[in-house]
Design a protein around this ligand. Sequence first.
Ligand code: SF4
Length: 206
Amino acid sequence: MLVARILYPVEVLGPGKRIGIWMCGCKHGCEGCSNPELWEFDDKYEISVNDIFKIIYSLSMKYRIDGFTITGGDPFEQVDKLSELIERIKAISSDILIYTGYTLEELKGKNKLSITNVLGNIAVLIDGRYIEKRNNNVLLRGSDNQKVHILNSAYKERYEKYLSKGANKIQNFKTIDGIISVGIHKPGFIKQLDDDVKKFGLQKGE
Ligand code: SF4
């Protein structure tokens, strides 16, 4: 599967200290997307499900894992591999939150076994394209057309509490490739980033 990043502890995309997984490939082309570098299905990010699981497992041996947030890109563009991965990681935590540009209805309409399997094994799906003019700083959502679907009732209370109290925050990770900024960004983030990169003579990652 194509996975560009695995980060821990992600504390701004769901409750607790989570493992964040960024999958490559997205066909939605939303204007103002904060991760356009992950639209391409880039073979340089190929890694087996087993190797991803090994990384996750070794993190879980050292640190508390409160859940997973899987985003991208659109994770449903690699749904067969996504389904395999979820079958492995759900033993570590079944608080699995996935972002997708498809709506839940569109996913269900595809009548695909691996999609059914993913939807049946995760806690939360946040769905729908990003619409920049509807970016109103709503918790966990890039734009207010997107919906939070709590698919596992065991997590209803946890997420309702989180959604009623929290506020969007940004977390910056220092990695060997530079700084990776995680969270729900304000509208115009990409343009601001481009301007700052030019202003301060920095290099923007691919
Ligand atoms: S679905 Fe998400 S990753 Fe894909 S273009 Fe839209 S905002 Fe970007």
